[in-house]
Design a protein. Structure first.
Length: 133
């Protein structure tokens, strides 16, 4: 975790930093999820539009990754009602880390504004899948 946040730079650079932090914290490559291109596009648009700081960008990337993962689970469940969702404990750590990065941000209000629809969508899918954190 970065104690000192850095102001906005271009979203591509911040994406690379966020992916490196993700790999370091969770020991797997976020680029392996099939929705990564969509996640990257959303990330770039939000980071550029809101000029998010580095720590806010990392928080956002983690939240978008979690939403992407939930979306995949939702699709699998829609295709096969018998599909069982296993323990989400490890994946909830992604949200915990997103919160930690958000608290380290120099402009948490900017992050909260752009992350609100992501949080709402995440909550809706979790309710639909009967996931309780």
């Amino acid at each position: 975790m970065h104690d000192l946040d850095k102001p906005y730079t271009d979203s591509i650079q911040q994406w690379d930093i966020a992916c490196d932090c993700f790999k370091a914290e969770f020991k797997f490559d976020p680029n392996e999820i099939v929705t990564i291109d969509t996640i990257r596009e959303m990330f770039a648009e939000l980071v550029d539009d809101h000029e998010l700081s580095q720590n806010a960008s990392i928080s956002l990337m983690f939240a978008l990754y979690f939403l992407g993962y939930l979306t995949l689970l939702e699709i699998m469940k829609a295709k096969d009602e018998a599909f069982e969702i296993g323990s989400m404990t490890d994946f909830y750590l992604i949200l915990d880390r997103a919160d930690q990065w958000a608290h380290q941000s120099i402009a948490p209000d900017k992050l909260a504004a752009c992350a609100a629809p992501i949080i709402q969508a995440t909550q809706q899918i979790m309710q639909k899948l009967n996931l309780v954190r």
